[in-house]
Structure formats: C-alpha cells, structure tokens
Design a protein around this ligand. Structure first.
Ligand SMILES: Nc1ncnc2c1ncn2[C@@H]1O[C@H](COP(=O)(O)OP(=O)(O)O)[C@@H](O)[C@H]1O
Ligand SMILES: [Mg+2]
Length: 249
C-alpha cells in the first residue's frame, strides 16, 4: 500500500510548561483534504510550524511519505514538497505581484547569479508563475504593487507562492480570515479546482468553508486532539459540540 502523505506520531510542543501541541497522532492519506479546527490557542498554527519545520518538537515524529522529516530544516522539507501559507501576511509589499511569485520560484531553483539576469530569460519559471496566477485570475494584476492590492487578493497571492513550490502537501493557515463573503466564495472554488494529487491540510475558522473543502476534520483544543473523522462523525461528536461548536453559537 502507498505510504500516507503525512503521519504525526505523538507530536508535542511545549513552551515553558504550556503544552501548545500535546501528543497529537494523525494520519493523512495522499490526496486527502483535511480540516483542522479548534478555538483560538488550540495549537493549530503550532502544529503547522512543527510539520513544516519552523519549530522543532519537544517530542514525537513527523513522517512524510514514509520519510522521517522531524529533524530536517524547513528548506529541505519544502524541497520534499511540504509548503505552507502563513496566518499573517508574508509578502513583499513594495514588489509587484509577479515579482513576488517569481522571487519565490527562483528561491527554489537555487541558481547562482539569478538576480543578474533578465527575468524573461527564466522562461520556465515565468510560465509557471503565469499559469498559477491565471488559475487565480490574478494575471491581469501582475504589475500591481502588492501594497496596493486588496487584502483578499493578497491572501490569494500567498497561496500562489505556496503552489509555486510544487507541493505534495499544502498547509493553509486560515486562508479566508478577513475575506469578504464574495472573496471567500471565489477562493473556495479555486481551491476546489487544485490538482487533486495535492494533499491539503486546512486550518479554518469558518466552519462552512471547512466542511465545504475537506472530507475529514480534526478538532484540537488546548493542544490535544479531541476528535478526528469525517464530517458526519465530527458534527455528531458530543465532545466537539460541547467544546467547539457550542462556543461558536
Ligand atoms: N512561540 C511561542 N512561544 C510561547 N507560546 C506560544 C508560542 N506560539 C504559540 N504559543 C502558545 O501556544 C498556544 C497555541 O497557539 P497557536 O498554535 O498559535 O494556536 P491556534 O493557531 O490554534 O490559535 C497558545 O497558548 C499560544 O499562546
Ligand atoms: Mg493560529
């Protein structure tokens, strides 16, 4: 049988006595779309930081397609196909949309003297950037400074940056936070169109979006995995209703 895309084994992160992520074990199949929900401070972002390597765990393991990546630095995990977006804007505001995407693409190629050549000579990267921006209906906005984009458009560019890395596993941290209803709908339909081979872990505060985009959901609270299962199981789970859904009403 094929290896799962991601296996977390007893993953734990302690910050000076606070168990931000507390022995979380989880298995995500290749191509699965999986939601992570839970109240503020539940450990969702910390979990992402552990998966992508921005933090190292106090205990436990992260296994990506059968390979233990727990001790690998972030850039090596990106090379293996683990990409993430940030809850907070991570773009270069004084550069254009296209420049931001090309820079991300070039960063991956690790070519020497890349800045001394005209960007157009990197046809491959340029075409790739163009394809992704077209998918997001952003190609017409390529020459706009990121600073001058709407917040919703900036969030979409962040996903473009993560996609340029050809991820096998894409980690999206609250991508619809702060978006209007219309922007959220557009964004949701774009995500649904992404290559189904890409495994997606989605932290989402909007339950409608989480249920629409993912088949399985994991609920965290105070660092602990409270429940994990398909949407019906999660909706029917008493603990989830009390602990999470209850606080939402
Ligand atoms: N770098 C850090 N240092 C100390 N405590 C942190 C750090 N990052 C997160 N925390 C704490 O860990 C807990 C989980 O935070 P976080 O993962 O951001 O939760 P979520 O994304 O679910 O809102 C919170 O109590 C938060 O204050
Ligand atoms: Mg968070």
């Amino acid at each position: 049988m094929d290896s799962p895309c991601l296996v977390l084994e007893g993953l734990t992160k302690e910050f000076g006595g606070l168990m931000a992520v507390d022995h979380v074990s989880l298995e995500i199949k290749a191509g699965e779309r999986h939601g992570i929900i839970g109240p503020n401070g539940a450990g969702k972002t910390t979990l992402f930081n552990l998966i992508c390597g921005d933090l190292s765990p106090t205990d436990g393991r992260v296994v990506h397609f059968g390979q233990d990546v727990t001790r690998l630095p972030t850039y090596k995990r990106i090379a293996l196909g683990i990409s993430r977006t940030f809850q907070i804007n991570n773009l270069f505001p004084k550069l254009t949309v296209l420049q931001n995407v090309l820079l991300a693409a070039q960063g991956l190629e690790s070519m020497k003297y890349v800045m001394y050549r005209p960007i157009s000579s990197y046809k491959f990267l340029y075409d790739k950037a163009k394809n992704i921006l077209e998918d997001f209906e952003m190609w017409d906005k390529r020459d706009i400074l990121v600073n001058n984009l709407s917040y919703g458009d900036q969030r979409q560019i962040e996903v473009c940056l993560a996609l340029i890395e050809n991820p096998r596993l894409l980690l999206l941290d609250e991508p619809t936070a702060g978006l209007s209803r219309a922007e959220t709908l557009t964004f949701t339909s774009i995500l649904k169109e992404l290559n189904p081979d890409i495994t997606i872990l989605l932290i989402e505060h909007d339950m409608d979006v989480a249920f629409e985009l993912t088949e399985n959901i994991t609920v965290l609270q105070l660092g602990k995995l409270i429940a994990s299962g398909n949407k019906e199981e999660i909706k029917a789970n008493k603990k989830v209703q009390e602990i999470y859904l209850g606080t939402e009403q």
